[in-house]
Ligand binder design. Structure first.
Ligand SMILES: *[C@@H]1O[C@H](CO)[C@@H](O)[C@H](O)[C@H]1NC(C)=O
Ligand SMILES: *[C@@H]1O[C@H](CO)[C@@H](O)[C@H](O)[C@H]1NC(C)=O
Ligand SMILES: [Zn+2]
Length: 224
């Protein structure tokens, strides 16, 4: 099993998005905005990074309490993003942490839930990673990594179906990256994974040699 790794601070691209009209009611890579046929088109999509507990508790992060510690309130991120997506069909957004999304979802009216389902089915609201949280890679046991992703994936599939299936691993804040997580992500069916932290010497070297993007053959046992 191998997985495409991109060391980056920026956002998932719509791979090789060719110039085409967005098919009605499509999601996934099909739902990218149009590019220009004679150019390399790079799509930068706004995304979340909502820590499921860091300086504040999970509740404080969700409701926005204790803004003296950190200004962060996840419920308002979701409220305003959904409103903004509805206002302009050209807009896209990526949501990541299902612990928060699940909580928000359960507090919405049927009408908002239907709107969100439509956004997901149109590929305008995309989920990546899709775990309950973004797990650490050094201190976690692999059972927990599998369990917490399973919980998130199950919610996404039960609630939205295929259009909510995350296609990309998103590890933009753990302090180091393990081979086993890369292997697990390949086995979860992700097309690639993005890192946000990497040793500065590794990063400089990759930048110099144009190897920011690579195939990581992460398992000796699973072929490739
Ligand atoms: C996702 O949901 C569909 C419809 O309920 C079901 O048929 C399918 O088995 C589910 N997939 C997984 C991986 O659970
Ligand atoms: C890569 O190197 C170039 C040239 O030195 C520099 O301008 C750029 O900021 C570097 N990019 C990253 C991501 O480090
Ligand atoms: Zn973080």
């Amino acid at each position: 099993m191998y997985i495409l790794i991109v060391v980056t601070f920026i956002i998932a691209a719509c791979y090789g998005a060719p110039y085409k009209v967005k098919p009605f009611n499509s999601c996934g890579y099909e739902a990218c905005n149009l590019g220009q046929p004679d150019k390399l088109n790079v799509h930068l999509v706004a995304h979340t990074h909502d820590d499921v507990g860091w300086l504040k508790t999970v509740d404080q992060y969700y409701y926005g309490a204790r803004s003296d510690i950190q200004r962060a309130s996840v419920q308002y991120i979701l409220d305003s993003v959904i409103e903004s997506l509805v206002q302009n069909p050209e807009r896209r957004f990526i949501y990541v942490e299902i612990a928060f999304f699940w909580r928000w979802w359960n507090q919405q009216s049927q009408e908002i839930q239907d709107t969100v389902k439509q956004l997901v089915n149109d590929g305008r609201l995309e989920f990546i990673s899709g775990g309950w949280c973004m797990n650490d890679e050094g201190a976690t046991h692999y059972n927990s990594i599998i369990d917490q992703h399973t919980l998130g994936f199950q919610f996404l599939n039960d609630t939205f179906g295929e259009c909510a299936r995350p296609k990309i691993g998103w590890q933009i804040d753990p302090f180091g990256h393990s081979r086993e997580v890369a292997s697990l992500f390949a086995q979860m069916g992700f097309d690639g994974t993005f890192f946000g932290r990497v040793d500065y010497q590794d990063k400089d070297q990759r930048n110099k040699t144009k190897t920011m993007e690579m195939i990581w053959k992460a398992s000796a046992n699973l072929g490739q």
